[in-house]
Design a protein around this ligand. Structure first.
Ligand SMILES: [Zn+2]
Length: 126
């Protein structure tokens, strides 16, 4: 029974690997919209009645090599960046699933590797 479980886990991992191979352009991060007030003394963003701030500006925040970074994304690149972020999320999800399956396999193998009970002590190393 444990062997079939192992095979099933292995098959799931193989399926994840195949999905990972199909992933294309990706980048980590999350996109946020920002509206700014400029430095001009007279501007629509400082209108006393109906101020209209500049924007939206898109800001990408991400952590890479343990460092938090932010950068602005140009309007015409927003669509592409959103797609890349989506792909990265899928990448993370799949690798997490892989790690979880690998953990299950390791645990299962550890129990299978245990000395059998009542058969004279099982395997012994010297
Ligand atoms: Zn302004």
């Amino acid at each position: 029974m444990n062997t079939t479980t192992l095979i099933r886990l292995q098959e799931k991992i193989e399926a994840i690997k195949k999905k990972l191979m199909t992933l294309e352009d990706m980048r980590p991060g999350s996109l946020s919209k920002q509206y700014n007030v400029c430095g001009k003394p007279i501007c629509r963003c400082k209108d006393p009645v109906r101020p209209k701030k500049h924007g939206p500006y898109y800001q990408l925040s991400y952590t890479l090599d343990g460092q938090s970074r932010t950068e602005f994304v140009k309007q015409h690149q927003v669509k592409l960046v959103k797609k890349q972020i989506e792909t990265f999320r899928l990448f993370r999800k799949l690798t997490n699933q892989w790690a979880n399956l690998a953990w299950q396999m390791a645990r299962l193998r550890a129990t299978m590797d245990a000395p059998e009970k009542g058969t004279g002590g099982g395997r012994k190393k010297r």
